[in-house]
Design a protein around this ligand. Sequence first.
Ligand code: NOJ
Length: 541
Amino acid sequence: MEKKWWQTSVVYQIYPRSFQDSNGDGIGDLRGIINRLDYLQTLGIDVIWLSPVYKSPNDDNGYDISDYQDIMDEFGTMEDMDELIAKANEKQIKIVMDLVVNHTSDEHKWFVEAKKGKENPYRDYYIWRDPVEGDVPNALKSTFSGSAWEYDEASGQYFLHLFSKRQPDLNWENKKVQQEVWDMMNFWLEKGVGGFRMDVIDLVGKVPDQEITGNGPKLHEYLQEMHQKTFGNYDVLTVGETWGATPEIAKLYSNPERKELSMVFQFEHIGLDQQEGKEKWDLKQLDLGELKKILAKWQTSLGNEGWNSLFWNNHDLPRIVSRWGNDQKYRNESAKMFAILLHLMKGTPYIYQGEEIGMTNCPISDISEVNDIESINMYNERLEEGYSKEEIIESINAKGRDNARTPIQWDNTVNAGFTTGTPWLHINPNYPDINVKNNLEDPNSIFRCYQKLIQLRKNNPIVVWGEFALIENAPEEIFAYRRTYEGENWVVIANFSDKERTISLPEYGESQDIIINNYQRESVQFDNIYLKPYETFAAKA
Ligand code: NOJ
């Protein structure tokens, strides 16, 4: 496989609404990001994945786009965007845009036109069906609760929306829609962006009449054409959001010979704390054995036919330290455990804003505190189905997307230094303790651990290119693996529990060479390793 710059890179995801406000309106903006580029450079990242900054009525916080070639008023102007791209590039940081083309906003001019009637030239940009026996065309469900079909009184037809009813699905069967998307992508490529993160891209090949949504028959045909008509002539990073991907499916997207994408986000491990066959809100304890098995499978099965993306967090997921770690007594230790485990695996790591300082979930006690449409719709649906408020709030506190969307905690001043106005979403009350300023001042902070991991990647080819092998005979609660490259061996060992644990790996002898750790440790006797709660280290072996 030809070596690519994005294989040695670390990506940092910015959710602009919550990153940094610069004008006191309580909403993060592009100027805020520009002002914080030095911070990101200090961290050492190479790429920013920018969640959507386009014009949007914010039914789904920017994932409902009303103009792909303009900037959301609250975030700034196209001049600000050009400046962000230029200033980031000066620091060798590339900007990856969020490409949301499964659907638009209902305020997009295409949909406004399409709604005017069956004869409108834009009608076929969307997916319209007649009622069936006076009801919805079929049983397709929206990810945000309820039917995926919304009735349009004026024309007597339904339109499809796999997300909110204000996010109508585009009709990818229509060549004109494809051409519009290619033109828009080229507009951004010409501006010098570093690539695209492709929102729910596995859905664009849907066949609604057969109730096929993910992995439709024409999906890869579309992506090959996209490659050819847009980014194929640029050296950029492309990453698809693909919820249903198995390693075999991932290879279809990311085998370089197929000329589709650089890599995909796979979510197999993300479902491990939800009940089988149910929704993400139906909670269950994480099965650590399964987690190890799944991550190891992904590490070893792509080979030369693909490349992994590595992540614990994003703007749709709860904070990992609260989810599978310990956000109280062992916050520091467990946050570093997740960092070390992930960043020393093979693939391109993605850091979600605030992860690098160990930000935590932010529990609420009443639905009035929630902003996210997904949680609000689920709350109403489940109340009707007879769930108690307490049960629903418990699910929201465990899995709700607002957990990851509370503003970045920069310092211990009012509103955590995020805004001088009223923040659009509550700030986590733990900000006097958990903030960027404290992290920068402490040589042992979580931030410093991330910074060191990024440097390790830059200075050690084994981190990028080394083979991965799970250490199979480790006790249940210990996640251990080995990387190997040109005769060199690194062993990574993590105690994934709040109890002391021991492990014996006599085949590795003794090492005085500790690469990174989250407790003080100078050496390791591999035949008799005693691990403190969440203790994690990497050693040369
Ligand atoms: C996935 C995005 O990550 C999520 O935030 C959004 O709500 C849906 N796609 C719809 O665009």
